[in-house]
Design a protein. Sequence first.
Length: 264
Amino acid sequence: MSSAHLPPRPPSYGNRVAFAILLTLAVGLYVLFLRVAEVSISRLWEGLPRLATWLSRSWPPDTSELSILVQRAAETVAMGTVGTSFGMVLAVPICVLAARNISPLPLLFYPARAVLNVLRGIDAFVFALIFVAAVGLGPFAGVIGLALHAAGSIAKLWAEAIETIEPGPLEAATMTGANRLKVIFHAVLPDVLPALSSITLYMWEWSIRASTVLGVVGAGGIGQELKNSVDLLQFDRVITILALILVMVTGIDAASAWLRRRLT
């Protein structure tokens, strides 16, 4: 019988023991995580009646300050849009340094990647909290927080998209004697522009969704109205704000999807 028709060899005893040990360790670690996270089904069950009471008090929605809430929603969209645009500007130089195939200074590749990890590793919420202390309450702190986190995410995804392009056009452009800037504009951008645009639109969506909660740390927007209403137990106002957030996010997602289809 040829080796191609031999039945698969069953796992050895040592492999089975190793798998059992790893599985036991994984289960034990997960149980430990459940305890550290203080997961309690009984507490959830006890809290459900309280939640039902709050939901009953949220109807009908309070629309008496709808104009103010719409203004706050517009502030949220503005904060996410401006934050994304600032993030794009910051992402361009870091992206060039962090893409192996176009980096003009290979020695800066790893430092550039480290910067991206820092920007991506710290959430926009944390950045906004820090800058509220630096520049005061209001949407500007949220814009800075979104811009810094978005810059890291955009630059990393852009760099990875650039690294996937075929080396032929780059080599051909370099052999003509074109400088680094001309190589990027004529050999790189035409190939990756749809991907870069799609990544940017995804980050725009993310920034607007993220900006809805930045008000919790005083960064303005509709999130601040949501926090105030929850603190005051105004659940009829809370349901109005949640409906506005849903409409806003759904509209942004639809607009982004339409733009991505046009760009591709």
